[in-house]
Write a protein that binds this ligand. Structure first.
Ligand SMILES: Nc1nc2c(c(=O)[nH]1)N[C@H]1C(S)=C(S)[C@@H](COP(=O)(O)O)O[C@H]1N2
Ligand SMILES: [Mo]
Length: 386
């Protein structure tokens, strides 16, 4: 399997080379070297299936083959399945509190100036033992700001809402009465953030048009944020004065946690927005007598100070940044060479510290987080060494 993997990676590397030397460089590491083999994670469920449904896919991080996740391996998940979007008839509608409502084709968007953005993200529900709802890509598209400026936001447009083409029946409960209504997947951000340089409308991933899994023909990417805000099959942008309270903004993607505020523990409900500082062991490989622990690191774009790896009850040891993953909003890969690993089952764990001194929390430190989303705790991986 490792040989296959390596050959596939080399093929992709050549394809990328045709697109430009810089892109090729980013692909060189960390493909498996000749004779390098992957050690099994014993904590994985024996029934683990990376593709449990046609519209759902997990990334098996042990098959990591480069800085960017190949589109056919990119994780995918959504609430209402894949909508049918007719590429020829497709228009992005921009309306609400704008001066000039727009109806734009992908070609119109391309003409507004296409650029690249490297961004990685995980689903806010990504957690142990598999940690497979994670990916990193080079996205091509247009900054959201460019599109909003072309429509011209009115002075009273304070909230920008993004709707996907996917729809479903939802039961909206009001004081004990359920109202069954059809809704689109929707998310929103505030005006200042929408007009900042970061939010991005992507039509391609790693140089190829988006597949339906990743939201063809257009999706929002919020660099440094969780997956939920990255609205796929983006069909409408609506500018409004009031906060948007749709299910997937205000209700479903929510964290309940206790926080000390004004000297008192308060139970705060917050929306899922920027990525919490996180690292986890993606794979462990063997090459000759040496073992290598590779970790994936994600955060909101704050520079990383250090990543450390701990084996069993040993001390924290510094891991080394992979030079192929330096983009501000991309995931970062860090490697640790584990010398003298004895055969048998071991626990390997990583922890990341950012430049502000913030340290990835332990599981115990998250005890006041009651809901399971945003689990960025240190993850002790069980691995079988041979
Ligand atoms: N239109 C639409 N966009 C969506 C969703 C959805 O259900 N509908 N799910 C969100 C969630 S919860 C995640 S984690 C990401 C997954 O993106 P991916 O399938 O490209 O990995 O899409 C987000 N965008
Ligand atoms: Mo998600």
């Amino acid at each position: 399997m490792s040989e296959m993997n390596r050959r596939d990676v080399m093929k992709t590397g050549l394809a990328m080379a045709a697109l430009g030397a810089a892109a090729n460089f980013e692909w060189v590491l960390p493909a498996l070297a000749q004779g390098e083999t992957v050690m099994p994670f014993t904590e994985f469920p024996p029934t683990f299936n990376p593709a449990p449904a046609v519209d759902r896919r997990l990334f098996d991080t042990r098959t990591l083959s480069g800085a960017f996740t190949p589109p056919e391996q990119f994780f995918t998940t959504q609430h209402y399945g894949h909508p049918e979007v007719d590429a020829a008839a497709y228009r992005l509608k921009v309306g609400g509190l704008v001066k000039t409502p727009k109806s734009l084709t992908i070609d119109d968007l391309r003409k507004m100036g296409s650029t690249d953005l490297i961004a990685g993200f995980e689903c806010s529900g990504n957690r142990r033992p598999v940690q497979g709802l994670v990916g990193n890509g080079r996205w091509t598209g247009v900054p959201l700001k460019t599109v909003l400026e072309s429509a011209g936001l009115n002075a009273d447009a304070r909230e920008i809402v993004f709707f996907g083409a996917d729809r479903g029946k939802e039961s909206v409960n009001f004081r004990g009465t359920n109202f069954d209504v059809e809704q689109q997947y929707g998310r929103s951000i505030q005006r200042d953030r929408a007009l900042s340089p970061e939010p991005f409308l992507a039509f391609a991933l790693n140089g190829a048009p988006l597949t339906k899994h990743q939201g063809a023909p257009l999706r929002l990417i919020m660099p440094g944020w969780y997956g939920a805000p990255n609205v796929k099959w983006l069909s409408e942008i609506v500018a409004q004065a009031d906060p948007y309270l749709g299910k997937f903004q205000a209700n479903w993607y929510r964290t309940l946690k206790g926080e000390m505020i004004n000297g008192e523990m308060k139970w705060v409900e917050s929306a899922i927005t920027h990525l919490q500082l996180k690292s986890f062991v993606a794979r462990v490989t063997k090459s000759g007598n040496a073992h290598k622990v590779t970790t994936i690191v994600l955060n909101d774009g704050t520079p990383i100070k250090s990543v450390e790896v701990k084996v069993d009850e040993g001390p924290w040891q510094a891991a080394t940044a992979d030079p192929s993953t330096t983009a501000k909003y991309g995931w970062k890969l860090y490697n640790y060479t584990w010398n003298g690993a004895a055969a048998g089952e071991h626990t390997v764990m990583s922890r990341v510290t950012d430049a502000t001194g913030k340290v990835q929390p332990t599981e115990a430190e998250l005890v006041n987080k009651k809901t399971f989303l945003e689990d960025n705790s240190q993850h002790p991986r069980k691995v079988m060494i041979s």
